[in-house]
Design a protein around this ligand. Structure first.
Ligand SMILES: Cc1cc2nc3c(=O)[nH]c(=O)nc-3n(C[C@H](O)[C@H](O)[C@H](O)COP(=O)(O)OP(=O)(O)OC[C@H]3O[C@@H](n4cnc5c(N)ncnc54)[C@H](O)[C@@H]3O)c2cc1C
Length: 434
């Protein structure tokens, strides 16, 4: 089968790898508009479920991905002067550019052709291919060609955000909420690779305008953000340049499609669906799509229409709950000011002035952060009452240490089951931060 894959992001590259693994006779070309190594964005987070998929599907690239990933433990949520709270758990993160490099090398090893610096303007020029895979991201040009055959719906989120890097290395996943005279602004930061971290800054449109970000240039924007987040950044700088591209403020674009295929064109990854970045699952979903399509094609070797129909039905069904959760998460953050005001009414602003109410003790502040963190963690729906007790217990350093120990043991078992080159014995649980 002759397959043309438009877009060399995670979806396009991993589909090329997965389909070549299943049928080396397929003629697969990936067309990517950027040169090798150029990519937007910093690090991406992911969890054990994605490692499971990687190791089941292609152990050689999975081992490389795991070895280039950083493990982070717990989420630390701090609310301007109101102390910090912790959410238990762990995850992994890695540089998006490193991930793409590993996938591209693996695709080439398997005989895939990658044509860089070639922008697809007119998808109909590939009509003679048996299958055209539109893996060209949320703004997919392939999807937009010729009316609206996929029934695409585009919704734009309300909050501006900017995807930055920093040379402050966060060894955990950190959320920091700061109060400014114009309103609340927050960042999500997590390790990307040795010495660098990802830092996504978000706020409401009102705060964004109030802080003058609609008029500031790049350098001025960074300076202002470094000032606002001076405490979590610990004096380090923010970086807006990533592989030759300057980060810009954007609003999240939610993409959904009524159908994921039309004639011989199939949508994959962000071209088919996007999920808000506060869920941290877009890359994982793109990878799952890629494996699913490759497997279904292999199962239906001579019947492309049946394969595409099956992919469409299974893919959309699996996505529905995830996209609903992502929407809830996005909306929660669009209304975060309301929750934050409840905590912040009792909190000093960053200049040391009291923003209404009495100066509270740091215990009260911590309590505010703990409640806020609980509300944030429960943004997807009602929680059973015992969850709050567990959450309170998680704030105790000794309990966090014990949980880390449990997670370390669990990770060791999972690594063995997956066939990862696991350490000879479980790592010693590290001391929990504060
Ligand atoms: C701020 C932010 C943070 C995120 N954080 C995470 C995270 O922590 N974890 C996670 O799992 N996901 C995260 N995501 C989501 C993740 O980045 C995407 O879901 C994922 O990259 C989708 O992969 P894709 O291959 O479908 O599309 P993309 O990664 O967008 O790749 C599309 C590729 O197609 C190329 N292309 C586009 N048009 C053309 C054309 N006309 N011709 C040729 N090539 C073309 C592009 O150059 C690009 O290389 C985040 C997203 C955002 C916005």
């Amino acid at each position: 089968m002759r397959i043309v894959c438009v877009g060399g992001g995670p979806a396009g590259l991993y589909f090329a790898v997965s389909t070549k693994l299943r049928n080396p006779a397929h003629d697969v070309t990936v067309i990517e508009r950027d040169p090798p190594g150029a990519t937007y964005g910093w690090g991406v987070v992911y969890w054990d479920n994605l490692l499971d998929v990687f190791f089941r599907n292609d152990p050689p690239s999975a081992r490389r991905i795991r070895s280039q990933s950083t493990l982070w433990q717990e989420q630390r949520i701090s609310v301007a002067g109101a102390g910090a709270a912790y959410l238990a758990g762990y995850g992994f993160s890695m540089q998006r550019a490193v991930l793409l490099d590993i996938l591209a090398r693996r695709a080439i090893e398997l005989g895939v052709r990658i044509s860089y610096r070639q922008e697809v303007d007119d998808p109909s020029s590939y009509a003679d291919a048996d299958l055209v895979v539109a893996a060209d991201g949320a703004n997919s040009r392939v999807r937009q060609g010729g009316g609206n055959p996929f029934g695409t719906r585009v919704t734009t989120g309300r909050n501006p955000y900017i995807w930055l890097g920093t040379d402050r290395f966060f060894d955990t996943f950190a959320f920091d909420f700061e109060r400014t005279p114009a309103g609340w602004i927050w960042c999500h930061a997590y390790p990307s690779s040795a010495g660098l971290s990802t830092c996504i800054v978000e706020c409401t449109g009102r705060t964004w305008e109030g802080l003058g970000f609609d008029e500031r240039g790049d350098a001025d924007t960074l300076r202002e953000l470094e000032k606002i987040f001076a405490e979590p950044l610990d004096g380090h700088g923010l970086i807006s340049q990533c592989r030759g591209r300057t980060a810009r403020w954007q609003r999240f674009t939610e993409i959904s499609n009524e159908r994921w295929y039309h004639d011989n064109v199939v949508l994959l990854g962000d071209a088919a669906h996007t999920t808000h970045f506060t869920l941290g699952s877009g890359t994982a979903l793109a990878i799952v799509d890629a494996v699913m399509l490759a497997q279904i094609l292999d199962d239906n070797d001579d019947d492309l229409p049946a394969a595409l129909q099956s992919f469409d039905a299974r893919g959309r069904l699996a996505l529905r709950p995830v996209q609903a959760a992502a929407r809830t998460s996005m909306t929660w953050f669009e209304q975060a000011d309301r929750h934050l005001d409840q905590v912040g009414d009792r909190v000093r602003d960053r200049d040391g002035d009291v923003q209404g109410g009495d100066v509270e003790s740091s215990r009260d502040g911590d309590r505010g952060a703990v409640s806020f963190a609980y509300a944030m963690a429960g943004r997807h729906g009602p929680q059973p009452p015992w969850r709050y007790r567990v959450h309170r217990a998680t704030q105790v350093p000794a309990v966090r240490r014990a949980m880390r120990g449990l997670h370390t043991g669990g990770r060791w078992c999972l690594a063995r089951r997956r066939g990862e080159p696991a350490p000879a014995r479980p790592e010693r649980p590290e001391r929990a931060a504060r």
